[in-house]
Design a protein around this ligand. Structure first.
Ligand code: 5AD
Length: 347
């Protein structure tokens, strides 16, 4: 396996078989080699910088019914909330004071957030904070909607593809959802000039190493600016309640491989990674990650954005504990910075 890993370090193209074997291997020496090279690669393009994103979860309503997700439509036990225009602006105000220069507005697919609502909100944020980046993560919308929001001042869009294999996608989503549509949205966003984020869960139910290779291949084609991956974590109100979650080791292996295959990508150490291991976020940062996304949502709604069990929302996950987070980033040799943190080649 060392030889396959070395081929990857030399920038060599691995075959599907080689990639599959590298994903399945769990030799800790190979993991350490991958970690070292991933770290070297991130330092080459981004130095020791870690970009901060202030995350506001604007709605827990969702019209979709993804089988694994705690805020799926058919989970009648889910607590629903949506933030107002004023609520969201005050989250940004708070975030700006704390030093965030990217605001991420994320939510379930909630038709309350019409194009009119979003465009007014985005222009207000743009006017108040001209030097900040605005990232949206609101699921699938029409190309026209994406275009209007871009014109209103949005810069980036996060939309995980979830599973690039049709077979796996169909096992994780209801029949009315379509992988083809998801991919269309991602290409629309790219064509409209957004910095685009794709991604998937690691260790999702039914997922094999071959499925993960399909995810990597799809992303090689899409060439996203950002990649969000985290372990699958079961939610008690879904059919996968008793299923095993994704492991720390496999998630780190994938993060390292992604940094090597996509050297310039913006790669967050996600909340889900921090949730499954106390030092998950730090290990992610040491394995090629260069972004963290603390929560800026009002405290009284945080627990309601309940995608999976035990989702972190306090401590270093909370934007108000930024100093503590910055210190733990500094302690492992990186520096959390107050910058927009655009993709290195973005023009
Ligand atoms: N475990 C981990 N991640 C999840 N997501 C949804 N449900 C879970 C879960 N049970 C992720 C999905 C989605 C994002 C909103 O959260 O990848 O894109």
């Amino acid at each position: 396996m060392t030889e396959t890993a070395e081929k990857l370090f030399r920038n060599g193209d691995l075959s599907d078989e080689e990639l599959t074997a590298l994903i399945m291997d769990n030799d800790s020496d190979v993991s350490e080699m991958i970690r070292r090279h991933a770290d070297e690669t991130r330092r080459k393009y981004y130095g020791n910088k870690v970009f901060l994103r202030g995350l506001t979860e604007i709605s827990s309503y969702c019209k979709n019914d993804c089988l694994y997700c705690g805020i799926r439509r058919s989970n009648h036990d889910a607590q629903r909330y949506r933030l107002s225009h004023e609520d969201i602006l005050s989250c940004c105000e708070n975030g700006y004071k704390l030093g965030f220069r990217t605001f991420v507005l994320q939510g379930g697919e909630d038709s309350f957030f019409t194009d009119g609502f979003m465009c007014r909100l985005i222009s207000d944020i743009r006017e108040k904070y001209p030097e900040c980046a605005i990232t949206l993560s609101l699921g699938e919308r029409s190309r026209e909607s994406y275009r209007l929001m871009k014109n209103a001042g949005a810069d980036r869009y996060l939309l995980r593809h979830e599973a690039a294999s049709q077979e796996l996608y169909s096992k994780l989503h209801p029949a009315e959802m379509s992988l083809e549509k998801r991919k269309r949205c991602l290409y629309d966003l790219k064509e409209l000039g957004y910095q685009v984020g794709a991604g998937f869960m690691v260790g999702a139910p039914y997922q094999t190493a071959e499925h993960l290779v399909a995810d990597l291949r799809f992303m090689q084609e899409l060439q996203p600016h950002m990649i969000g991956i985290g372990p699958f974590v079961p939610h008690h109100n879904t059919q996968f309640a008793g299923v095993k979650g994704g492991t720390l080791e496999l998630t780190l292996r994938l993060l390292g491989i992604i940094r090597l295959m996509f050297p310039k990508v913006l790669l967050p150490a996600t909340t889900a990674l921090g949730t499954i291991a106390p030092n998950g976020r730090e290990l992610g940062l040491m394995t090629g990650c260069n972004v963290v996304m603390p929560n800026l949502s009002p405290e009284n709604v945080r627990k309601k954005y309940d995608l999976y069990d035990n989702k972190l929302s306090s401590g270093e996950e909370a934007a108000e504990c930024l100093e503590k987070l910055k210190k733990s980033i500094a302690d492992i040799g990186y520096q959390a910075v107050s910058e927009r943190g655009d993709y290195v080649d973005y023009v």
